[in-house]
Design a protein around this ligand. Structure first.
Ligand SMILES: [Mg+2]
Length: 252
């Protein structure tokens, strides 16, 4: 599948890790390509604000990474959503992972070098990228803590990590809520993501008449190719390039 040429009828929903930035050994170690914040700001201008970041990271971290770009965004897989006018909605308000779960996870991680606990405002992520041999141990512990029918929380598998997150939130629900905003309404959503939790976003985008682009399938698993596609789209929207007029191998 080839990604579509961007035009002004689209709305963009972009995951961060593994989509806009390369996955790193730890979430703190990611390196943001120098042109990325400016590229997102340009797309935001060309699409009249119809660009949203949809990530498992908390909003504050998304902003820190993509600074100075700051637009519509869904953090923690849709638990917190910031709309174009800057208002933030969290749902449901006031539910956080129980302290005894955090303690149990901390005690387990202390026994497994390389396993990292990342607390989030409403959930918690356990990373085993640096200790894949403990992946099964991690899953055993989180399954014991969070039964499948838990009313508030559920397990979200990720790339060499698992997150205990709010059942009520999903990236799909974030897409639906953002698509009701004025800047997004009537547009065709394009969701770009690389991971299990992005599937809900892809389904929502498809149901709303748009498409989902899986980084592994469409961009060879390489965020640099996603950025290059976005850059071409941005240039086209800015009128710098006309689709199909630049021969391959010749830089515009
Ligand atoms: Mg991702």
């Amino acid at each position: 599948m080839t990604p579509p040429d961007l035009d002004r009828t689209f709305a963009l929903f972009l995951d961060v890790d593994g989509t806009l930035v390369e996955i790193a050994a730890t979430p703190e170690a990611v390196v943001v390509a120098p042109g990325l914040p400016g590229l997102l700001a340009d797309l935001h201008t060309h699409l009249d604000g119809a660009v949203a970041i949809v990530s498992g990271r908390p909003l504050a971290q998304i902003d820190e990474l993509l600074h100075p770009f700051c637009g519509s965004a869904a953090g923690e897989h849709g638990v917190a959503i910031r709309f174009g006018d800057g208002t933030v909605e969290e749902l449901p308000v006031g539910i956080a992972v129980p302290e005894d779960w955090r303690e149990a996870l901390g005690a387990s991680a202390a026994r497994w070098p390389g396993v990292r606990i990342e607390p989030k405002p409403h959930g918690v992520t356990i990373h085993y990228r640096l200790a894949p041999e403990h992946g099964n141990d991690v899953w055993r512990v989180v399954r014991a803590l969070v039964p499948e029918d838990h009313p508030w929380f559920r397990l979200l598998p990720a790339r060499e990590a698992v997150e205990i997150g709010l059942r009520a939130a999903s990236k799909g629900q974030a897409v639906e809520r953002l698509m009701r905003q004025a800047a997004f309404q009537g547009r065709k959503p394009i969701y770009v993501g690389d991971d299990f939790t992005d599937e809900a976003g892809i389904s929502a985008a498809t149901e709303l008449g748009g498409i989902g682009l899986r980084v592994g399938e469409v961009f060879g698993g390489d965020p640099a190719h996603v950025r290059a596609w976005l850059k071409r789209g941005s240039d086209r929207l800015a009128g710098k390039v006309t689709a199909g007029t630049v021969p391959k191998g010749i830089a515009p």
